[in-house]
Design a protein around this ligand. Structure first.
Ligand code: CA
Length: 241
């Protein structure tokens, strides 16, 4: 899940970024309206958190232009402007929620999760064979046993389970789980997949994380793969590009 935070006040932007990343989301921040529009048009975000008083244009203008895009992401306005008039205008122009500053992070996070759920056509309980992931409670179990995952591990697994049976490239995984400040190698995905395998697959006879040669990885249950023995050996990590 990737969130765009549009906020010119660095202190608030940093606070939001830290909190949301801690909750397992990838976060990009835009300090003004123009960069927000550039980001929003170049990347598929799952949610936009939008300040209204921006240095170069009114946040409502940003909202209008994001909304011009077909099927844009949900937008949560986070503004010091709390007048009823502002709220009504924001919601009328297509914002999905409105919060006023100052705000409690826990409330913001609850609303972020609610909006992300609403935008998800897939159920929040994902299941592949005996592996279950509850994206709302951020809980993973295999064969009934709770498995602790770090936020990025959880993000990767959730992305792969939502795309069950579909091979995902390292680049797709990085773009979905890391923010755009990350400019390292996509090899990092291999490292995280190793961690995930040690937590999710190693102790179980049926392996769910598959290496797809020349592409990347996918999660698939045994019911869908008649020849699970064909899984590529773990040592065959390809170099990206
Ligand atoms: Ca502002």
């Amino acid at each position: 899940m990737r969130i765009l935070v549009v906020e010119d006040e660095k202190r608030i932007a940093d606070f939001l970024t830290r909190g949301l990343e801690g909750a397992g989301y990838a976060v990009d921040t835009a300090p003004d309206g123009n960069s927000a529009l550039t980001f929003a048009h170049g990347t598929d975000y799952d949610l936009v958190i939008l300040d209204l008083m921006l240095p170069d244009m009114d946040g409502l203008k940003v909202l209008e232009r994001i909304r011009n895009k077909k099927a844009g992401p949900p937008v949560l306005i986070l503004s010091a402007r709390g007048a009823v008039d502002d709220r009504v205008k924001g919601l009328e122009q297509g914002a999905d929620d409105y919060m006023t500053k100052p705000f409690a992070f826990t409330e913001l996070l609850a609303r972020v999760r609610a909006l992300l759920r609403r935008g998800q056509p897939t159920p929040e309980r994902l299941q592949v064979a005996d592996l279950q992931l509850d994206s709302m409670r951020r809980r993973v179990t295999r064969n009934g046993e709770v498995i602790d995952l770090a936020p990025k591990e959880f993000g990767i697994l959730e992305y792969m389970m939502r795309n069950k049976g579909r091979p995902l490239s390292r680049t797709m995984i990085v773009e979905h789980v890391w923010d755009m400040d990350y400019d390292g190698l996509t090899n990092i995905v291999d490292v995280y997949i190793r961690h995930l395998r040690s937590k999710i697959d190693d102790r179980f006879p049926v392996k769910l994380i598959q290496t797809v040669r020349g592409i990347g990885y996918m999660v698939e249950g045994p019911e869908a793969s008649p020849r699970p023995g064909e899984r590529a050996p773990e040592a065959s990590f390809e170099h990206p590009g």
